[in-house]
Design a protein around this ligand. Structure first.
Ligand SMILES: [Zn+2]
Ligand SMILES: [Zn+2]
Length: 355
C-alpha cells in the first residue's frame, strides 16, 4: 500500500473562498499535499480536475461540492459530495433523497461539521447536521478545522488569539463529534467513514484596527489532513487516479491527522487474520482470531478503542498490538504534545470485526 496526503473541503471564489482553483493548487503544492479536494457551496465546478507538476512532484486537484438547502431556516445540514458525476444541489432539501442521488451518480456523501456551533460574538451562525433519520451516507467529517475554531473560541479575546496564533487552537475532533461518530458506528447498519476537512476560505476579516487574512490556505493544508492508503502513488492518468482516490475514501482506507506537531506519515493500523492482512476501513471475520497492530512514526500516546471504549493504552510507545476473538468496531487514536498541550494527532478509521 502507498500513502497519499489529501486536503479536503476548501472553498474558492466560486463560492465564499478568497482564492482561485489555481491559487489553491499552488498553496497545496507548497504545503506538501498529493491531493486537494475543493468543495464550493452548491456548485460542482467542471473542468478543473488536473495536476500541478513541480519537478518530479505531482499534486492532483479534484473539484467536488458542498451541498446545502439555502432556503432552510435555521441553516445547517451541509453535505460534502465527493466524486459525483453530476450536479446534485437541487436535491438538498431532502437529505435522504440526496444520498440516494449521490449513489446513482457514483458520489460519496459525507456529513460536514455535524456539531457546528454559533459564535455570537463574531456574528457567526451555527450550521450543524440535524436530520439523523438518514441512512446510507458514506461518512462524516470527524474533524472540521473551522468548526473546531468556533468550538474553542468562546470569547472575543480567545477568537482573536486563535486568529493571530492558529497553531495553538487545534486539539482534536470535538468530544461531541467523537461521541457522535462512535454512536453512528454502533447504530448504523453500514460503515461510517471519518474524514478531516479544513473548511478553508482564507477571507479577510477586520479585527479592531487590523485587517487580516484569517487562516491562509497553505496553513490549513499543512495542518489538518486525511491520509489515504492506495494501491499506487499518483500515476498521472487522471481517470485512474481519480477513481483510486474516491475508492480509498469509499472504503475508509484513511486516517485523519494534525500534521503540524509531527508528520503522521507511516502510521498504520492493520488486522491479521487467517484470511490475510486487512486495513483500516475493512471488515474482517472474528471467527479465527484477530491480531491488531497500530504503528506510529514516533513514540507517543496511543489508544485502541473498541465500540467507543478504550481497551488498551500506551503513554510512550510507537507500537500497540492486541489479540482478540471478539467482534466489534476497533479504531486507534494517538495524542502528541505540542505548544504545551496534549493534542489529538491521529484518528484512524475503524476495522469492523464481525462474528
Ligand atoms: Zn459547511
Ligand atoms: Zn465549507
Amino acid at each position: 500500500m502507498q500513502e497519499l496526503i489529501a486536503g479536503i473541503h476548501a472553498h474558492t471564489t466560486f463560492s465564499d473562498g478568497a482564492g482561485t482553483h489555481a491559487e489553491l493548487a499552488q498553496a497545496a503544492m507548497k504545503a506538501g499535499l498529493d491531493v486537494l479536494i475543493t468543495t464550493d457551496h452548491n456548485v460542482l465546478v467542471q473542468g478543473m480536475d488536473g495536476y500541478l507538476q513541480k519537478g518530479r512532484r505531482k499534486m492532483l486537484l479534484l473539484a467536488a461540492e458542498e451541498i446545502h438547502d439555502p432556503t432552510r431556516q435555521p441553516g445547517g445540514n451541509h453535505m460534502l459530495m465527493l466524486g459525483a458525476n453530476r450536479e446534485l444541489a437541487k436535491f438538498a432539501s431532502d437529505p435522504q433523497e440526496l444520498i440516494k442521488q449521490a449513489k446513482s451518480a457514483n458520489g460519496l456523501s459525507f456529513i460536514a461539521h455535524p456539531n457546528d456551533i454559533a459564535l455570537p460574538h463574531a456574528n457567526e451562525k451555527a450550521f450543524p447536521w440535524t436530520d439523523w433519520q438518514i441512512s446510507g451516507f458514506s461518512g462524516i467529517e470527524l474533524w472540521n478545522q473551522l468548526s473546531e475554531f468556533k468550538d474553542r473560541s468562546s470569547s472575543r479575546l480567545k477568537a482573536l488569539f486563535h486568529v493571530l496564533f492558529p497553531n495553538f487552537y487545534t486539539l482534536g475532533p470535538t468530544p461531541a463529534t467523537l461521541a457522535l461518530w462512535d454512536q453512528l458506528l454502533l447504530s448504523k447498519p453500514h460503515p461510517v467513514v471519518a474524514i478531516a476537512g479544513v473548511d478553508a476560505h482564507a477571507t479577510k476579516h477586520h479585527l479592531g484596527p487590523f485587517s487580516r487574512k484569517v487562516f491562509p490556505y497553505e496553513w490549513h493544508f499543512k495542518s489538518l489532513r486525511t491520509h489515504l492508503m492506495t494501491p499506487k502513488k499518483l500515476t498521472g492518468d487522471l481517470n485512474a487516479d481519480r477513481e483510486m482516490i474516491w475508492d480509498a475514501l469509499r472504503k475508509g482506507h484513511a486516517f485523519c491527522a494534525y500534521d503540524l506537531p509531527h508528520p503522521s506519515n507511516g502510521f498504520r493500523f492493520t488486522c491479521n487474520t487467517e484470511d490475510g492482512l486487512f486495513w483500516m476501513g475493512d471488515t474482517v471475520s472474528a471467527r479465527s482470531g484477530l491480531t491488531f497492530q497500530a504503528r506510529l512514526p514516533i513514540r507517543t500516546h496511543l489508544r485502541l478503542i473498541k465500540d467507543g471504549k478504550i481497551i488498551k493504552e500506551h503513554h510512550d510507545r510507537e507500537v500497540l498490538t492486541h489479540i482478540s476473538k471478539e467482534p466489534g468496531i476497533y479504531r486507534v487514536e494517538a495524542y502528541i504534545d505540542y505548544h504545551n498541550r496534549h493534542r489529538g494527532w491521529i484518528f484512524s478509521n475503524p476495522i469492523y470485526a464481525t462474528p
